[in-house]
Ligand binder design. Structure first.
Ligand SMILES: *[C@@H]1O[C@H](CO)[C@@H](O)[C@H](O)[C@H]1NC(C)=O
Ligand SMILES: *[C@@H]1O[C@H](CO)[C@@H](O)[C@H](O)[C@H]1NC(C)=O
Ligand SMILES: *[C@@H]1O[C@H](CO)[C@@H](O)[C@H](O)[C@H]1NC(C)=O
Length: 279
């Protein structure tokens, strides 16, 4: 009896939840979100093609899709999207903004390319975890990511990102993990609190952070390098001029030699033999 009434009350609660959710949240937007992401991304291994079936619509049906984690198993509201290592191609899927309650996005180890959208903070405003590592993203890291104030973990390693890391990232008070290794980043890194674990390895020229050179020393060093380079360049230019002069001189001498009738005759006879051989 107790069990029965428990099950009954559970059903009633679920039913009420369902109604209230259906009314409170436009969960159709989350379905639209996943549908448009599926359409936008190239999926050569057919992970999404087979798993993301939008034809049989029951409450919570998207929660059974591969890579989709919902707030509640029978409510079409996406909490996390984890599409790591699926061979996906294309640009950053902008319609992710329709998964309006998303707190985690993992698109790592795919072949996504193009830039990270400059307005990414309006596309995923509540993310606590964003992993775009091991893709082919290029261009700058958008400064607006500093408006994603819930970020705990931001991983952008192993892409082709260029330019400076926005210094504004220093204001991300919840940040614990920040990694940008294996990119082409340059310049001064943000000042983070000691709670942030950073990875800057293998970039083109980052400075001013843990385990990095100081930016001042680096710039004066590079000034020295420019001066030294210019001096070496001057010497090289002179040597090059000399070499060119020598080349023409030698060429003229050897050209004169080729005018030698004996040499010409020998060359012509060689040509003759070749023609005979060919026919
Ligand atoms: C998707 O998001 C955009 C921008 O917020 C909005 O204009 C649009 O109505 C949404 N689409 C659906 C189907 O919810
Ligand atoms: C729709 O999905 C439900 C639950 O997954 C399943 O029981 C049912 O057989 C499906 N219907 C069709 C027509 O595929
Ligand atoms: C980011 O936040 C700042 C301050 O809250 C605001 O002025 C700016 O417009 C925001 N930028 C974006 C792209 O949301």
């Amino acid at each position: 009896m107790v069990l029965h009434s428990r099950i009954f009350s559970h059903h009633v609660v679920s039913f009420l939840l369902l109604i209230s959710c259906g009314m409170t949240y436009g969960t159709d937007t989350d379905i639209f979100c996943l549908k448009t992401i599926k359409d936008a991304l190239e999926d050569p291994n057919n992970y999404l093609k087979f798993s993301w079936d939008f034809n049989n619509r029951t409450e919570g049906f998207i929660c059974k899709f591969i890579g989709v984690e919902c707030w509640h198993p029978d409510e079409n509201k996406v909490l996390n999207l984890r599409l790591s290592n699926m061979g996906l191609k294309g640009q950053f899927p902008r319609t992710i903004q329709n998964c309006s309650s998303l707190t985690g996005l993992d698109l790592s180890i795919n072949k996504l390319s193009g830039t990270i959208p400059g307005d990414i903070s309006t596309l995923v405003p509540f993310v606590t975890s964003l992993d775009l590592s091991s893709n082919e993203f290029s261009g700058a890291i958008p400064v607006t990511l500093s408006n994603c104030t819930f970020l705990n973990s931001l991983k952008l390693d192993q892409n082709r990102l260029t330019g400076q890391i926005p210094l504004q990232f220093g204001i991300l008070s919840r940040l614990k993990i920040f990694s940008v290794s294996n990119n082409l980043l340059t310049g001064q890194v943000p000042t983070f609190s000691s709670q942030v674990s950073v990875n800057y390895a293998n970039n083109q020229g980052l400075c001013g952070g843990n385990g990095l050179g100081s930016c001042q020393a680096k710039s004066s060093k590079s000034n020295m390098a420019v001066i030294a380079g210019a001096a070496a360049g001057g010497v090289t230019l002179a040597a090059l001029g000399l070499a060119v002069g020598m080349f023409f001189f030698v060429r003229r001498v050897s050209f004169k030699k080729e005018e030698d009738p004996e040499g010409n005759k020998w060359a012509r006879s060689l040509k003759g033999t070749k023609q005979i051989k060919a026919s």
